[in-house]
Design a protein around this ligand. Structure first.
Ligand SMILES: *[C@@H]1O[C@H](CO)[C@@H](O)[C@H](O)[C@H]1NC(C)=O
Ligand SMILES: *[C@@H]1O[C@H](CO)[C@@H](O)[C@H](O)[C@H]1NC(C)=O
Ligand SMILES: *[C@@H]1O[C@H](CO)[C@@H](O)[C@H](O)[C@H]1NC(C)=O
Length: 296
């Protein structure tokens, strides 16, 4: 009798009965990270679950295992990764009614490509944390790599970013954006100039992006990895030099990708936080990111 009673109490307690009205959340990690480390995305997953009454959180693993997942951040072409993710998401029946997407660093622009290329299941809110929407020109520091490896990567990018083999084999080359060689970038970038509608305008990208309820871009104000940091808000160096920043609303991509429509409706949200790349407290995350998530 006692047992039955406590079981009933347990069943009716909030923790069991509370049903999350937050749509599922899909996470895509950054370079040098993986889906599930307890110190990075593993912790974020737990935090979101705790703050949303246990909504379904899926942290994307690219490829069959953790080693592949890590290497994918460097060596698997973003087009292939995006295709793989679209297939995985389409198969996940828990996402059928829509989901929120949170991209970390380069995972941000990759999830934007998912939004633009794959409209089912429907992405409702896209949140990019430290994304490089206009690419990078420079790599002052690389997370998780030794300084010699980082230095090597940097030299390679400076020297050969637009060579065909680099564009095919090194993920970071696909969003290397050299403002001193703007035309070269447009023609040779094998990913970024395509998803930014800079080579030709793909109306599907505009239409799909405008299906989002919200597109939230988070910039880390003291970022030492993303250069220029304004790329996190879709800003970039004006062509021909590398000091003056042109903000999104003065860049061709504003109209060419239909971001002006999102902006006009108040669905394009600019957030910033003090700190280096991806450095934020759980308090900040709970107060600023959780409330942005779409509900059903
Ligand atoms: C979680 O559930 C509690 C109790 O049902 C509710 O008051 C609260 O608003 C819910 N929070 C979220 C984020 O859904
Ligand atoms: C435009 O994007 C859609 C979605 O990715 C794709 O199916 C289509 O082939 C693209 N159009 C062109 C001309 O590349
Ligand atoms: C971070 O950057 C902001 C904006 O540039 C600046 O006001 C602030 O002092 C910086 N904070 C630190 C800790 O460097």
């Amino acid at each position: 009798m006692y047992l039955v009673k406590s079981l009933i109490i347990l069943l009716f307690s909030n923790s069991i009965l509370a049903v999350s009205n937050t749509l599922p959340v899909v996470l895509w990690h950054g370079m040098g990270d993986t889906c599930c480390l307890p110190v990075s995305l593993g912790a974020i997953k737990k935090l979101i679950e705790a703050e949303t009454n246990g909504t379904y959180v899926r942290s994307l693993k690219i490829g069959g295992n953790i080693a592949l997942d890590y290497e994918s951040g460097f060596f698997i072409h973003p087009d292939d990764q995006v295709r793989y993710v679209c297939e995985q998401l389409a198969r996940d029946t828990r996402l059928t009614n829509g989901y929120n997407a949170i991209g970390f660093s380069q995972g941000g622009q990759f999830l934007r490509a998912v939004a633009q290329r794959c409209s089912t299941p429907p992405m409702k809110t896209l949140i990019t944390l430290g994304g490089q929407h206009q690419g990078v020109f420079g790599l002052p520091k690389c997370p998780s790599l030794t300084s010699t490896t980082c230095e090597h990567l940097r030299k390679l990018l400076r020297r050969a970013a637009y060579k065909e083999w680099m564009q095919r084999d090194l993920v970071q080359a696909t969003y290397w954006h050299d403002p001193l060689q703007e035309e070269e970038y447009r023609q040779k970038s094998s990913f970024l100039s395509n998803i930014n509608n800079e080579v030709f305008i793909n109306q599907t990208y505009i239409d799909n992006l405008n299906k989002l309820e919200k597109f939230v871009m988070v910039m880390f104000l003291n970022d030492t990895i993303v250069q220029p940091k304004e790329s996190q808000w879709f800003g970039f160096y004006s062509p021909g030099q590398d000091t003056i920043i042109r903000p999104l609303n003065e860049s061709p991509v504003f109209e060419d990708l239909g971001l002006n429509q999102l902006d006009r409706d108040g669905r394009l949200i600019y957030l910033s936080v003090e700190g280096d790349h991806l450095q934020m407290t759980s308090k900040w995350f709970i107060e600023n990111i959780i409330p942005q998530l779409s509900t059903n």
